[in-house]
Design a protein around this ligand. Structure first.
Ligand code: NDP
Length: 290
């Protein structure tokens, strides 16, 4: 028999998750603050609980997909969680996730935190490459691994409940920098007779080609030697970045998205010993640490 699941929260993400468990034959109990949002799922076979307490009481595995950390207190504040396996998929900070793990422990529940690396259309579509980072109770993860992997991939990143959120936010932060770069690139070509669609194809391929640079940074951070295998050292990159700034100026485009990274590069070159010229970008990672 398939593990029964209780799902709290039927927003865009909760609804997408719910459908995959129903389709895979898992008995599903759902609860949503606004009851009307559960109607479609009821027609598809979900049991709709009258209250959050009833929903939680129905099954051992309780998946939470509300809006944010504060909504967990509002919805689950007075609910008995003893003996439950709580899987919290809300986007939160690592500190919120750790506090939530402690909160669950005090209530006698096992706790797994999740960070969803997918948007709702990717849920239930294995080839989309979506997945969820999980951290916290390894026992809970191992026991429910198959059930958790029904909607999308499941990647466990450690016993510290904050690690899923940390991985999630680290990837999103890198994405934010990438989108900043994409924004600047389009601004540069915008006023010229360059087809944005043709340019987008070049841009996308270039970003994919550059992405493996992350592996070299990782090797440098692990070995402490920031020079091995560096093809584009910091001195060269800094000079190159000056050209990026000058080009923005020449095209009458604000360089506000580029300047912080350039300034950090200058600081790395100024701060380190002679070797810094030959280094890659790993020293900049150290400089960001407070
Ligand atoms: P929606 O805005 O679509 O849904 C929010 C849900 O939270 C609704 O079910 C809403 O209930 C409920 N809710 C909000 N506040 C409260 C409260 N105080 N008490 C009880 N219920 C409450 O959000 P999503 O489904 O898109 O997102 C859910 C979680 O998934 C978020 O943490 C989000 O960061 C995360 N996520 C979402 C992604 C996405 O692309 N959508 C991607 C990755 C993560 P009601 O219907 O009553 O308003």
């Amino acid at each position: 028999a398939k593990t029964p699941v209780t799902l709290l929260g039927l927003g865009a993400m909760g609804t997408a998750l719910a459908r995959t468990w129903l389709a895979a034959g898992h008995p599903l109990t759902v609860w949503n603050r606004t009851a009307a949002r559960a109607e479609a799922l009821a027609a598809e076979g979900a049991k709709v609980a009258e209250s959050v307490a009833t929903a939680v009481a129905a099954n051992q595995l309780v998946v939470v997909v509300l809006l944010d950390d504060a909504s967990v207190d509002e919805a689950l504040g007075g609910v008995d969680l003893a003996g439950k396996d709580v899987v919290n998929l809300i986007t939160s900070t690592p500190a919120q996730a750790r506090a939530r793990a402690e909160w669950a422990r005090e209530r006698g529940a096992r706790y797994l935190d999740g960070g969803i690396m997918a948007v709702p259309p990717m849920i239930g579509v294995p080839e989309s490459g979506g997945y969820v980072f999980y951290s916290g109770s390894r026992e809970l993860f191992d026991e429910h691994r198959e059930t958790l992997a029904v909607p999308t991939g499941a990647t466990y990143v450690g016993g510290d409940a904050g690690f899923a959120a940390l991985h999630d936010v680290a990837l999103l932060s890198a994405m934010s920098g990438m989108f900043a770069g994409i924004t600047h690139a389009f601004a540069l070509i915008r006023k010229e007779s360059i087809d944005p669609a043709a340019f987008a194809a070049l841009l996308s391929d270039w970003l994919v080609a550059m992405a493996p640079a992350a592996h070299q940074t990782a090797e440098h951070l692990k070995s402490g030697d920031y020079t091995t295998g560096v093809a584009s050292n910091l001195a060269m990159q800094s000079a190159g970045n000056q050209t990026l700034l000058d080009t923005a100026e020449g095209q009458d485009i604000s360089s506000e998205l580029l300047v912080p990274y350039y300034e950090l590069m200058r600081r790395a070159l100024d701060s380190a010993a002679e070797a810094a010229d030959e280094e890659g970008t790993a020293r900049m990672v150290d400089l960001l640490r407070r």
